[in-house]
Write a protein of this length. Sequence first.
Length: 278
Amino acid sequence: MAVSKQKAGKILKQCLFAGLIFIIVIPVLFPLYFVLISSFKNMAQVYIMPPKLFGFKPILDNYIYIFKTQHYGTYMLNSTIVAVASTALSLLMGVPAAYAIARYKMGKVSIAILTARLLPNISILLPYYFVFSKLRMIDTYGALIISHMILSLPLIVWIMVGFFNDMPVELEEAAIVDGCTRQKCFVDVLLPISAPGLVTCSTLSFLGSWNNFQFALILSGEKTRTLPVSLQYFVSGADIRWGRMLAATIVVIVPTIILTMILQKYIIQGMTAGAVKG
């Protein structure tokens, strides 16, 4: 009898937990579901009230339009080039900088980097525009990559400083005794150990660049326009092409969702590393 009561209590707890998860997840996932199904509707179906959430005939007209007429393949390529290049260059500069800050205890530099990360994007956008205008770099990949690096570098340094602080110095000393130079020790010993942190930094930097709107709006042009900027062109003074804009929105967010799902395990490891010490 006691066993059955214990089993019933366990089932009740599981049901309550599942209900709590349902209550939390539905408000988060429903807007995404609504955007997804609306992207497969024509204009008349989009404006039906109350909206049809099921039982409608999906069409691909909106997706065909944005790729065939609005050149969304080019915008995707631009976003990919800028995001990958800015992420790679930020890692190349930020990871060694984080190692130097951690090993040589440059606390003031670390605080300055955090302060730079906290600055509003709009506060540094105008100086960038003037500089890149003088250099004739507006509407170039270089301007977008450099500006996105300025945003991702502080984040990468801040995360990786924590990783290198948690690594015992004895590990490096043992490698140096075995004949490694400090540079070889950094590349062959420390970087493989800090793989979760590198994956976390890469993912956050890529997503930040991929979704950046303000910098791309001002610094890009016809040749280098990225996906977030292109969404505004579905809004006019006469109306809003909701079906097409929502299809474009799906094109923007699906790659980020896929990337996050693939790297979810490593991102969690990277974000929680150092939180618990044995």
